[in-house]
Design a protein around this ligand. Structure first.
Ligand code: APR
Length: 247
């Protein structure tokens, strides 16, 4: 770990008027959740077709079987790691205003963060494809697939953004507003290769924010917009930042 750069980053956060975080799959790797891309990535284990909205509508049972195996059989037991915890403490101590995340794993909220904008939705909630009612997943019995709506018996869909579905309007609007206000943006564990997520750090940069990036390897952000690149695991780097902020 480069301690000099870590201190510069901690000082920037300490002095910031409006710091925000932008997170991706890499922050949850140390909680045992695989990322999407790369050798151990989800896209090597799961055909993305099961998360395509047209396919889901035509073959909800096939989609649900795979989705249950990959997400619902595993995510409920996962716990936040120290990187999620430090971000939650930063919010409590007013070092951080909000988190914009591409993750659907609900670990930021589990760690105690309150201002979390989920650009790609959440696995935690199910939404009826017929009447639009929303239910916490704990109400659904996934022994019987596909789960159906208690109100109209329509098929329930995970409230995650599927391929060919729009980004939730509120999360998108708030994320871009936050990016416009930020004077420090901390990118943690993301390739951000998909739009509009990829634009968020760029909007912050264009509005004058300093960009701190934490990742085990360089990304297109490192080359294009990052001011301070902290190479390493999110859990280790965030632990270091937490210590420097006396959290
Ligand atoms: N600490 C920090 N960074 C890590 C760690 C770690 N322990 N492990 C992996 N990374 C980094 C990788 O180097 C990579 O840059 O996390 C990133 C994970 O990238 P992706 O798997 O592409 O995940 P993400 O960027 O969140 O994907 C964005 O793509 O398919 C969509 O909807 C999906 O939300 C997802 C979006």
């Amino acid at each position: 770990m480069d301690f000099e750069k870590l201190e510069i980053a901690a000082n920037l956060i300490r002095k910031a008027k409006y710091a925000i975080a932008f997170t991706g799959a890499g922050i949850s790797v140390d909680s045992g959740i695989p990322p999407f891309r790369g050798e151990n990535g989800l896209w090597n284990k799961m055909d993305p077709i099961f998360l395509e909205i047209g396919y889901f509508r035509k073959k909800p049972l096939q989609s649900w079987k795979k989705i249950k195996e990959i997400f619902y059989d595993t995510l409920g037991d996962t716990q936040p790691n120290i990187a999620h915890e430090i971000l939650a403490k930063m919010e409590k101590r007013s070092f951080l205003e909000s988190i914009i995340t591409q993750n659907i794993d609900h670990l930021h909220q589990k760690a105690g963060s309150r201002y979390v904008y989920e650009l790609h939705g959440t696995y935690k909630q199910l939404v009826c494809t017929e009447c639009g009612s929303e239910f916490d997943m704990s109400f659904a019995d996934l022994k019987y697939l596909p789960p159906t709506c208690y109100i109209c018996k329509g098929i329930l869909k995970p409230d995650m953004v599927f391929f060919n579905e729009p980004i939730p309007a509120f999360a998108k609007k708030r994320s871009f507003e936050e990016a416009g206000k930020a004077d420090v943006l901390i990118i943690i564990g993301t390739n951000a290769e998909v739009l509009p997520a990829a634009e968020i750090p760029v909007v912050a940069k264009e509005n004058g924010a300093k960009i701190i990036e934490i990742n085990i390897e360089e990304t297109h952000f490192t080359r294009e917009i990052t001011d301070i690149y902290l190479q390493g695991k999110a859990s280790e780097i965030m632990k270091g930042i937490g210590e420097l902020l006396y959290l």
